[in-house]
Design a protein around this ligand. Structure first.
Ligand code: G3P
Ligand code: CA
Length: 290
């Protein structure tokens, strides 16, 4: 076990944080660094989510962190898509009628490569494709960006953790510079986060959700970040997470989602979060810097 609490007495500290929470303006006043701004599914308010166009849009806005979602096709290829089915963000119903519910796992990579993943968003993006993870990594690399990679619905795809790490390794994303500064692998599934950590301990990881504070000592053994929805956050919760040390000997970080307006961005920045995941990275950057 690598669980180490920074505070000598965590329970005493949590008690005082709950009694005397820091004011939202406290972080800025004390010179706390601005949170990193992470383009959710790419700059997905401006281009179709999880496409190369959304990565390009984030780069055009000067945003260096992008988030994506990874799943697996019937023939075992990793692709970048959020939903477990292809219906919402592609023309799959038109091209493949009768194949409902159009699960990603029921289609081959060749079939998915034929889909239009842009027209649903706007005519300007007609013909955008569902990228493979390999294509996606190459585009992020070409822009010198950084990646918050989410392994989505891992229970549907046994072994996806090892396979994702293999693609990352093949594409040069597990070398020292990527692992130290440019890559975080996250999931809602704690077992998946632990597996990634055990397979490649150097890789920084994140657990999505808002776990109970009592469970943090266990999670701190294998995750570097706790990444909750913004509605579930408070100054006390963020401060409490920061008291734990993750597997790489640094305080656990908090990146929150999905914050799309300036007021909410300023509010969560005041809580002391380390990252803000947003469909509108320009709006958030203008509100909080970062
Ligand atoms: O990165 C956080 C966020 O992406 C988690 O929710 O459903 O958008 O993947 P979701
Ligand atoms: Ca995601």
């Amino acid at each position: 076990m690598h669980v180490r609490a920074v505070a000598a007495s965590t329970s005493a500290l949590l008690g005082s944080l709950l009694l005397f929470p820091t004011s939202p303006a406290g972080a800025a006043e004390s010179g706390t660094p601005q949170p990193r701004v992470i383009a959710h599914r790419g700059a997905s308010a401006y281009a179709p989510e999880n496409t190369l166009a959304a990565v390009d849009k984030a780069a055009e806005l000067g945003i260096d962190w992008v988030e994506n979602d990874v799943q697996r096709t019937r023939d075992g290829k990793l692709v970048v898509l959020h939903d477990a089915t292809l219906a919402r963000t592609t023309n799959v119903e038109e091209l493949f009628p009768g194949r409902e519910p159009w699960r990603v796992a029921d289609f081959t990579s060749a079939e998915i490569a034929r889909l239009d993943a842009g027209s649903w968003f706007g005519a300007a993006y007609a013909g955008a494709r569902v990228p493979t993870l390999k294509q996606y990594l190459r585009r992020v690399e070409a822009h010198h960006q950084k990646l918050l990679l989410e392994i989505k619905s891992p229970r549907l795809y046994p072994g996806i953790e090892r396979q994702t790490l293999k693609v990352l390794a093949n594409e040069g994303w597990l070398d020292r510079s990527h692992v130290r500064k440019r890559l975080i692998v996250q999931s809602f599934d704690a077992g998946t986060v632990r597996t990634v950590h055990e397979l490649k301990p150097a890789v920084k990881t994140g657990l999505l959700g808002t776990p109970a504070l009592a469970d943090l000592p266990g999670y701190a053994a294998f995750t570097d970040q706790i990444n909750p929805s913004h509605g579930s956050l408070s100054t006390a919760y963020v401060a409490a997470v920061h008291t734990f040390e993750g597997p790489h000997g640094r305080p656990l970080e908090v990146s929150t989602w999905t914050v799309n307006d300036a007021d909410t961005a300023r509010r969560v920045a005041g809580y002391g979060v380390d990252g803000i995941i947003t469909d509108r990275p320009d709006v958030v950057r203008d509100a909080v810097g970062g």
